[in-house]
Structures are given as structure tokens and as C-alpha cells.
Design a protein around this ligand. Structure first.
Ligand code: UDP
Length: 240
């Protein structure tokens, strides 16, 4: 039987670091091409895909504010960083022949469309990949919260969270603690109570309140986005 998607519509959350690869900073053209081709093969399963890319490979608001910058200004810089990442990913996806639209929460009409919920859904229904850029458009939030909010708004079935070099959620950092145990399944309450650093507490409680499942897996393992979309159990699944 031909492979097909388990889901009708998904949100894929990628941290900015995923685009940097081993460089740890900036956008690595080889890495972004690889991610685009993973997205491409997953989308061919027939799923509607919305993507949210972070900005941590370029700038994080917290770093600026820790250095004495105004937090709002530092956070707007972070949101602008996500726009650069989104445009780079759009370019790679278009080179693979996928119609892709970037929708920004901060208006910049010369660069991308403004975020309008109904328009985003229309693009998805037409088979276009949608990239949500500039977070939710407000300081003090993260792109994890953006993923949660947009997933609720577009009625996505699941958030797929691709992590760099870690294949799921562990009881402790597996790189520094050899006793760390990987979880196959978790609830949001357990994640919050144990303070597991998967997504920030705002995003976790939003997903819990709105009953949005989350799957955390490694993006560095080739083909994992497709596996997740086709319903293979990989990484860690978090539910209400
Ligand atoms: N940001 C924000 N509001 C949002 C989303 C992001 O202020 O709704 C800023 C914040 O400064 C954050 C930066 O953008 O540090 C980059 O996003 P994030 O840290 O979520 O990126 P990731 O860790 O996923 O690479």
C-alpha cells in the first residue's frame, strides 16, 4: 500500500539552530536544503503543512536584554531573525518546486504577506506550504508559543517539533547525564511538573488547555519528518 499521511494538517516547528547545523550560528545552505527536501518528501504524503522557524541561530531577545538592551527591542530583533530564516526556507522549498507562502505577524508587505488566519487556511487547502514568520508579533513570547497558537488557529492535528541532535524528551540532558531516560509518552502536566525543557511553560500550558498533541523528534536523522507525518512512533509524544 502506498504511504500516506496520518494527519490532515500539521504544524512543524523548527528551532533556528536546526538551520545552522554544526556551525551553531547563521544559516547553513547545505542544512537548509536538506530540511527542505525532508519537508518536500513529507508533504508529498498529502499533508497540509505549516512551518514555524525560530530565530535562535541569529538572535535571541533574552541575550540582548541580559546585556542591558530594552527587552522589547531585543525581542523585535529576534522576530526579524525568524523572517530571515523563513525566507531562506521558502527559497529552498521553491527550488524543489513547492509553492510556499511566508505570512508575517509584523507587517512588511514588500517582503511577505501579512498573517491572516483565513488566508493561511486557504493556502494550505491549495497545497501550498505556509511559513509563519515573526512569531506572534509580540515581545516576551517565543516561537514555541507561536507554534501552539497557530496550531490552534488553523486547527492542526499535531505539532511536530524537530530538534537538533536529540531524538526525544529525556529525564535529564543525555549529553551530560548518563542516567537520563528517554520518554516515549508524556502528558503536559508531567512535562510542566518535572520542568522538562521541551518548550516554554506558556507554550506547554496553551497546548494542554487546547488539547494539541506534540511530537518531539530529531531533525538530524534523515527522513524523520516523513516518518512523523506518516504516523510512525518516533521520539516522544506529549498529550493532554
Ligand atoms: N520572539 C518574540 N515573540 C514571538 C516569537 C519570538 O519576541 O512571538 C523573539 C524572542 O526574542 C526570541 C526570538 O524571537 O528569543 C527567537 O525566537 P525563539 O527563541 O523562539 O527561536 P528558537 O529558540 O526556536 O530558535
Amino acid at each position: 500500500m502506498a504511504e500516506s499521511s496520518k494527519f490532515k494538517r500539521i504544524v512543524l516547528k523548527l528551532s533556528g539552530e536546526a538551520l545552522a547545523g554544526d556551525d551553531g550560528f547563521g544559516i547553513n545552505p547545505v542544512v537548509i536544503k536538506d530540511i527542505a527536501s525532508q519537508v518536500s518528501e513529507a508533504q508529498k504524503l498529502g499533508v497540509e503543512m505549516a512551518i514555524i522557524v525560530g530565530g535562535g541561530n541569529i538572535w535571541r531577545g533574552k541575550i540582548g536584554s541580559d546585556l542591558g538592551m530594552d527587552r522589547g527591542t531585543a525581542d523585535y530583533m529576534g522576530m526579524l531573525a525568524t523572517v530571515m530564516n523563513s525566507l531562506a526556507l521558502q527559497d529552498s522549498l521553491e527550488q524543489l518546486g513547492h509553492e510556499t507562502r511566508v505570512l508575517t505577524s509584523i507587517e512588511m508587505k514588500q517582503v511577505a504577506e501579512p498573517y491572516i488566519r483565513r488566508r493561511a487556511i486557504r493556502h494550505l487547502e491549495k497545497g501550498r506550504v505556509v511559513i509563519f514568520a515573526a512569531g506572534i508579533g509580540n515581545p516576551y513570547f517565543s516561537t514555541d508559543t507561536t507554534a501552539a497558537l497557530r496550531a490552534a488557529e488553523i486547527e492542526a492535528d499535531v505539532i511536530l517539533m524537530g530538534k537538533n541532535n536529540v531524538d526525544g524528551v529525556y529525564s535529564a540532558d543525555p549529553k551530560t547525564d548518563s542516567s537520563a531516560v528517554k520518554y516515549d509518552e508524556l502528558t503536559y502536566i508531567e512535562m510542566l511538573q518535572e520542568n522538562l525543557q521541551v518548550m516554554d511553560a506558556t507554550a506547554s500550558s496553551f497546548c494542554m488547555d487546547n488539547d494539541i498533541p506534540l511530537m518531539v523528534f530529531s531533525i538530524t536523522e534523515e527522513g524523520n519528518i516523513k516518518r512523523a507525518v506518516s504516523g510512525e512512533t518516533i521520539g516522544t509524544t506529549i498529550t493532554k
